[in-house]
Design a protein around this ligand. Structure first.
Ligand code: GH3
Ligand code: MG
Ligand code: MG
Ligand code: MG
Ligand code: MG
Length: 297
């Protein structure tokens, strides 16, 4: 087994013996003679630290404690010439993973180093696996709450979102709007479903750009989208800007428009949101009835 080992040892004799022996056994070694020399640099590149407990300046015990806090997965072997049991237990309780007493057997020290390196390797593998799992989990989680076609949130996210809102406050003031594309059936029939899909994507882009950090957009049904806007923001203005941008969009070579119904209310439980959405739906109906391409509140 190879590895990068840092030796902190003030004795010229022991430091030299240790580093020569480790180099001979194919380890990469750096030897410093005081704790102060390592505290200012990063130890990310080391696999193990050998610390003499009796050092000038900052002592080996404090060093064990400081290094273990900063690098919990970096193994520390304390080197001690003190025979009292307390010194060993003190070093171990402060952060050392193992110890060796001077005068030490080189064979035994090598064996102890290898045990620590073996454990460290396993730990690093576990950490890597854990990170990979976390990335996969985040990806799956994102997929579970996202509408694949448009990139808006899906309806399943609504419940979670409201739950989160209510966790930070017992009642929340919000604005909702429902957007529905006008005569979308006809657009599909005339230009094809693929163009219809592109319009859905375009609409979500326009919504996201206008909502910014003021709320979220959810694909509520086929061609219907629910916007939730925090009370501080001017929901009517956002809705009106979305409507206007849609009618002016010329990406497809024909005019397409949306109708929007707005409502607001206070939610204290998950049920309240249904009621606010129902009001927005009524307003959407009004917008459609009065000629479409309108925002109604
Ligand atoms: P109105 O102005 O009253 O809203 O009329 P409309 O034709 O838009 O309303 P309607 O509810 O009758 O039609 C909605 C259409 O949306 C029907 C359906 O085929 C279409 N649609 C739903 N989901 C999708 C989709 O993912 N892609 C495409 N291209 N069309 C979809
Ligand atoms: Mg010493
Ligand atoms: Mg519809
Ligand atoms: Mg409809
Ligand atoms: Mg429609």
């Amino acid at each position: 087994m190879t590895g990068r080992i840092l030796i902190i040892e003030d004795s010229m004799f022991h430091g030299k013996v240790l580093s020569d022996m480790l180099i001979e056994n194919k380890y990469q070694v750096k030897w410093v003679r005081s704790g102060e020399e390592v505290l200012s640099e990063s130890l990310d590149n080391y696999d193990l630290v050998l610390i003499d407990l009796i050092l000038p300046g900052i002592d080996g015990y404090s060093l064990c404690e400081i290094l273990k806090k900063e690098y919990p997965y970096l193994p520390i072997i304390a080197i001690t010439s003190i025979t009292e049991e307390e010194s060993v237990s003190k070093a171990l309780s402060l952060g050392a993973d193992d110890y060796i007493k001077k005068p030490f057997s080189l064979v035994e020290l090598l064996a102890r180093i290898n045990v620590q390196l073996r454990t460290r390797r396993l730990q690093l593998e576990l950490i890597k696996k854990n990170n990979e799992l976390k990335i996969a989990y985040d990806k799956i989680k994102k997929m579970a709450i996202t509408d694949m076609l448009t990139g808006a949130y899906n309806r399943a996210y609504l419940r979670e979102y409201v739950e989160n809102l209510l966790q930070s406050s017992s009642f929340v003031d919000i604005n909702c709007f429902l957007i529905d594309i006008d005569n979308f059936k006809k657009i599909n029939d005339t230009y094809g479903h693929l163009i219809g899909d592109e319009i859905l994507k375009r609409l979500v882009d326009i919504c996201k750009r206008n909502i910014k950090d003021n709320g979220i957009i959810i694909r509520f049904g086929g061609e219907e989208f629910l916007g939730i806007i925090y009370k501080e923001a001017d929901a009517y203005k956002i809705a009106e800007n979305i409507r206007d941008e849609c009618q002016k969009d010329c990406s497809f070579g024909f005019v397409w428009t949306v109708s929007i119904g707005l409502s607001k209310g206070i939610i204290t439980s998950e049920k309240d949101i249904e009621f606010i959405i129902k009001k927005a739906d009524d307003m959407l109906y009004e917008a459609k009835k009065s000629g479409k391409n309108k925002v109604k509140e």
